[in-house]
Design a protein around this ligand. Structure first.
Ligand SMILES: Nc1ncnc2c1ncn2[C@@H]1O[C@H](COP(=O)(O)OP(=O)(O)OP(=O)(O)O)[C@@H](O)[C@H]1O
Ligand SMILES: [Mg+2]
Length: 365
């Protein structure tokens, strides 16, 4: 289902309110936000380039919403500064920051119809009533809600409310889009569709976008870069690929996908490089191969480390088999794509695991 089928009929220029697209680089300079003794955001520095899609990812309570609230001007930093296009916004009230916002719980105005919800940002910007009506009509059409303009938010489904919230954030053509768990309330299918739509809207409109989520798949799918937060601080900022392939800390390795931590007391870890102090060795489950204990050696065996273990459990996960294999005192996870001819191992079987030494990463404890 395409939620915005008419989008390509309008060029973003045609739909733009701002004649010249406004450059909107965002910069956090050592920003801290205290709530009493708690640092909800702690010494955060971050630069988001014009047109970039950055996702803030982190567990509950890690400071994601607070970071967005500071940027939107709904809260003020306790220290540090936030700059938009090179200028401090410390003295700029939220309604003058020219940002489209979708809140965590899609907070539409419950007492206003869909149409009035969409008109609100335009009214705030002083647009004439006749122009507002035209623009709202266009937008309703684009989000496939043309018949719903006179409904109240409570009379819409979750997905419909989400679309209204996105439409409202975009309608005044702001240079910056802030999305806080924009798809949090949706079921998996609708969520995936809407992810595609958000990505497409970003391609089309090129807004500088900051999106908050605790869903790692969503972050990997949508983002140019991901900021991983933990307890108010940035743990690592990188592209999705780099973050997944070269996590700096154990927390990041575990937060984005599964990680096998290789414990030295179980076996001697063979790697090309010396292990930096304070780190542990990690290998991703899909980098580990599983074979029967009597299987012949691989052609590239000298580049690989192999260990023996015992299968404790195997589950089918759609196109994957996920094994838990006991090796010494550790449980290693193996993810293998189901392919015809591949042997399936059962609980209790002795197996041989191996991986390329170059696939081992060192992450801070
Ligand atoms: N207005 C407030 N007053 C006091 N403490 C607050 C306030 N807002 C947030 N906090 C605290 O700051 C920390 C960060 O909260 P925040 O809402 O930014 O987390 P989050 O990462 O968005 O979490 P979630 O994924 O659950 O939405 C939490 O410990 C929270 O309890
Ligand atoms: Mg939040």
């Amino acid at each position: 289902m395409n939620l915005y089928p008419n989008l390509s009929q309008f060029s973003s220029k045609e739909f733009a309110l701002n004649e010249d697209p406004v450059a909107a680089q965002i910069e956090f300079r050592r920003v801290t936000k205290m709530y009493g003794p708690i640092a909800a955001v702690k010494d955060v520095s971050l630069t988001v380039r014009q047109g970039e899609f950055v996702t803030i990812l982190g567990p509950s309570g890690s400071g994601k919403t607070t970071a967005l609230m500071l940027l939107a001007g709904f809260a003020a930093p306790s220290s540090g500064d936030i700059l938009i296009s090179g200028r401090s916004v410390a003295a700029v009230p939220s309604y003058r920051r020219d940002q489209g916002i979708v809140f965590q719980s899609y907070a539409l105005f419950p007492h206003l119809t869909v149409r009035r919800n969409l008109e609100f940002p335009l009214e705030m910007r002083g647009m004439r009533a006749a122009d507002r009506v035209k623009r709202v009509d266009q937008m309703l059409e684009r989000v496939h809600l043309a018949e719903f303009g006179d409904r109240m938010p409570a009379q819409l489904s979750g997905g419909q409310q989400q679309r209204v919230a996105l439409a409202r954030a975009l309608i005044a053509d702001p240079p910056i889009l802030l999305l806080d768990e924009p798809l949090g309330a949706l079921d998996r299918n609708l969520r995936e569709q809407m992810q595609g739509e958000i990505k497409r809207l970003h391609r089309e409109f090129g807004k500088t976008t900051i999106c908050v989520t605790h869903d790692q798949e969503e972050a990997l799918t949508l983002s140019d870069r991901i900021v991983v937060m933990r307890a108010g601080q940035i743990e690592q900022t990188d592209t999705p690929e780099a973050l997944y392939d070269r996590p700096v800390t154990r927390f990041v390795a575990n937060f984005l996908g599964e990680a096998n931590i290789l414990e030295v007391h179980d076996f001697q870890i063979e790697t090309g490089a010396a292990q930096p102090s304070g780190t542990v060795a990690m290998v991703r489950p899909e980098r580990v191969c599983i074979a029967g204990s009597g299987a012949p050696k691989r052609a590239d065996a000298e580049q690989r480390q192999s260990v023996t273990g015992k299968v404790e459990d195997m589950i089918y996960a759609g196109p994957l088999r996920r094994y838990q294999v006991r090796v010494g005192g550790s449980m290693l996870i193996v993810r293998e794509h189901v392919a015809s001819g591949r042997q399936t191992f059962k609980a209790g079987e002795e197996v041989c695991l191996d991986w390329l030494r170059s696939d081992v990463r060192f992450v801070e404890r």
